[in-house]
Design a binder for this molecule. Structure first.
Ligand code: NAD
Length: 500
């Protein structure tokens, strides 16, 4: 075994460096000088960076800067804001490889299968919301010739965006360009575990945005995140993260009547009907829906797989073979399909769920990822695990594992399958697999989730509606309608027009 000292270089991990936060157009450390370490999951507990640990005072400084920048930013013609967003999109594209590598480094998401596509989505999101800037339009009521009664869709003010670690750039892209296009100014709090690509995004935006329009902080949830949610100068909190923290954020925002939208967890059903053609294309899409390429660390992972008994064994065999063939290893390597789990805490949490599965009496382990051989065992690597013979009441079928583990549940009756799919406190995403159009659409309409995909398993498309039912969230921000509902407020203006 090579010594730990030489491993970072061999594993393509760059040397550690200190980063600063971006506040009011300047790169700053925390006011009290505090820093925290950022590690990479490629080499356990290996520090790759130090980032400032923002306190409430830093949050206050950023919110004040965003407030000061708001009047000028909101007053611009929409084409000016659109033009800035388009320039940022081009600049992100120009530095996309650097952003993808940073993503792979701090999240563990594999460069080829995950990190590069995330950056490509980010570019598209900036372009999409540049186009949407002109859609923030009001209405005129036909109230007679002596009245001009119209609405204006005005920005909310300062939006506080709180990000998770699992795909930080994509989630930043759901929030930042949407908020900015509508004329808001923004304070972002990056996730503790994965702040580096978000700081690089701030560096790109800094070239084109006036000071204070976008501020990016690093720091912990309980200190910096909490201060952002509580700050009276923050008009809206746009939160993506766990349901548990989301409930707390919702309560805090409601306490001061701030706007809030919440994108939370999911335990997403994937229903396979007996008429599916079990070919390579189907298996490839089913694989995508499980989000194993992101180590299962996705809120939209189809992690509850309902297989009709007629195709149960065939689909399971093919799926298990495909999962077992994935190459798990260094996310920075081109040959890697599936990278590393983000850190030791998350790794331990997934292991605890798996142990529950391995010890359950009636459950069959169709694939045991915990015993798979890895190319690089120094990182937090884990191959996929598949449990079968489970029922929908089992803990692992109900709780979000947020790791590469699937629970397979057999079914025969359509109504029963839909009932099991809906028997969850989550309601984020769902997948339906059938060649029967009536069946596909009636099932899609019956599912209690904010997003249903039929016969495909990929990620969110730019412009689509996205958000949760039930405890998977509140609000929509991604579509044109969602952006308008999520980042604007309506003002009615009634004018008496005196006849000449
Ligand atoms: P998390 O809830 O632990 O943290 C999310 C963010 O909230 C982090 O930036 C964290 O620092 C911050 N935070 C923590 N405590 C806070 C507080 N008291 N006040 C304000 N902010 C606080 O979630 P995570 O572990 O980073 O991400 C994984 C979770 O996110 C999963 O449950 C996943 O399903 C969910 N998620 C949802 C979506 C979606 O679009 N619905 C997308 C990605 C991730």
């Amino acid at each position: 075994m090579t010594s730990a000292a030489t491993r970072p270089h061999e594993l393509k991990i760059p040397g550690a460096r200190d980063y600063l936060m971006f506040v009011d157009g300047a790169w700053v450390s925390a006011l009290d000088g505090a820093y925290s370490d950022v590690t990479t999951p490629i080499l356990r507990e290996h520090v790759i960076a130090r980032v400032p640990a923002a306190s409430a005072a830093d949050v206050d400084r950023a919110v004040r800067a965003a407030r000061a920048a708001f009047p000028a930013w909101r007053s611009q013609h929409f084409t000016s804001r659109a033009s800035v967003l388009l320039k940022i999109a081009d600049a992100i594209e120009g530095r996309s490889e650097e952003l993808a590598r940073l993503t792979a480094l701090d999240t563990g998401n594999a460069l080829r299968t995950q990190a590069r596509p995330e950056v490509a989505t980010l570019v598209n999101l900036f372009r999409f919301f540049a186009g949407v800037a002109g859609e923030v339009k009001g209405t005129v009521l036909p109230a007679g010739d002596d009245q001009l009664q119209y609405t204006r869709l005005e920005p909310l003010g300062v939006v506080g965006c709180i990000l998770p670690w699992n795909s930080p750039l994509m989630i930043a892209g759901f929030k930042i360009p949407a908020a900015l296009a509508a004329g808001n100014t923004v304070v972002v709090k990056a996730a503790e575990a994965a702040p580096l690509s978000v700081l690089a995004l701030a560096e790109i935006c800094a070239e084109y945005l006036p000071a204070g329009v976008l501020n990016v902080l690093t720091g912990t949830g309980p200190i910096a995140g909490e201060a952002l949610v509580q700050h009276p100068g923050v008009d809206k909190v746009s939160f993506t993260g766990s349901t548990e923290v989301g409930k707390h954020v919702a309560r805090a925002a409601a306490g001061r009547l701030a706007h809030a939208s919440l994108e939370l967890g999911g335990k997403n059903p994937s229903i396979v009907f007996p008429d599916v053609r079990v070919d390579d294309d189907f298996i490839a899409n089913l694989l995508l829906s499980t989000r194993v390429h992101r180590q299962g660390q996705s809120c939209t992972a189809g992690s509850r797989l309902f297989l009709h008994r007629d195709v149960h064994d065939e689909v399971l065999d093919r799926l298990v073979s495909a999962l077992a063939a994935l190459k798990v290893g260094n996310p920075l390597s081109e040959s890697t399909d599936m990278g590393a789990i983000v850190n030791g805490t998350q790794f331990a949490s997934v292991c605890e769920f798996l142990d529950d599965g391995f010890n359950a009496s009636k459950v069959v382990v169709a694939l045991d990822g915990s015993s798979a051989t890895m190319t690089d065992t120094d990182g937090y690597y884990m191959a996929p695990t598949v449990f079968t013979g489970a029922d929908n009441s089992w803990r692992l079928a109900r709780e979000e594992i947020f790791g590469p583990a699937l629970v397979v549940i057999p079914w025969t009756d359509h109504a029963e399958a839909v009932a099991m799919a809906n028997d969850s406190h989550y309601g984020l995403a769902a997948y339906v697999w059938t060649r029967d159009l009536d069946l596909a659409l009636s099932t899609a309409h019956a599912l209690e989730t904010g997003w249903v995909q039929v016969n495909q398993g990929g990620g969110q498309m730019v412009g689509q509606s996205y958000g949760g039912y039930k405890q998977s969230g509140v609000g929509r921000e991604l579509s044109v309608e969602g952006m308008i509902a999520g980042f604007t407020q309506t003002k009615q203006v009634n004018v008496r027009v005196r006849s000449l």
